[in-house]
Design a protein around this ligand. Structure first.
Ligand code: FE2
Length: 188
């Protein structure tokens, strides 16, 4: 059975407790929901994968994704879903290459949502009035949120056959309705 959001939350919440990591899981979850809508795919399923994607990171930050495959299979998660999760670390801490649109989207939005979050956090109204144009300015400014790897996002978008600005637009608009849940209502 495909991973449900309920099950993803059960599994992740049992292991991931740090607030910034929970927020990251939610950011990726909403961005994946928006990407699923764009591709006409199963929104809940993509959100579930997004929520669970960093399952082992809090416990094993230096061995990220090495404690995911066996553990999730033992919890009854489908092989295809485990594969999707492993592929988000392709070239960094995994040799599973993203092949499907779900996998390519996860690979891309993991990093992309980091810049969106950083950008929205500095604004009085957070993500709620963040426009694509201002986001792209920050994206092109390499000194802004310097830890977010633009080249990863670019290669993810190339795999998807999508401009970075398109992926950013989908994610920003997809995250906006959930601004309160992801702590991005702004500084005011
Ligand atoms: Fe992540």
């Amino acid at each position: 059975m495909k991973l449900t959001l309920e099950r993803a939350k059960e599994l992740n919440d049992a292991q991931v407790t740090q607030e910034h990591l929970v927020l990251h899981a939610k950011n990726v979850m909403y961005a994946m929901g928006a990407m699923a809508d764009y591709f006409g795919e199963d929104r809940e399923h993509w959100m579930a994968i997004g929520y669970l994607h960093d399952y082992d990171y809090e416990k094993y930050p230096d061995e990220h994704l090495q404690h995911t495959e066996k553990e999730l299979l033992a919890q009854g998660v489908d092989e295809a879903d485990v594969r999707a999760i492993l592929s988000h670390g392709w070239g960094i801490c995994s040799d599973v290459k993203p092949e499907t649109n779900l996998e390519k989207s996860l690979f891309t939005v993991d990093e992309l949502t980091g810049i969106i979050q950083a950008c929205a956090r500095m604004r009085p109204h957070g993500i709620t009035d963040l426009e694509l144009k201002s986001f792209m300015k920050k994206f092109k400014d390499k000194k802004f949120a310097a830890k977010c790897d633009r080249s990863l996002i670019q290669s993810g978008c190339e795999m998807l056959g999508m401009e970075v600005s398109k992926a950013a637009e989908i994610c920003i608009e997809g995250m906006k309705p959930f601004a309160a849940d992801i702590g991005l209502l702004g500084t005011e």
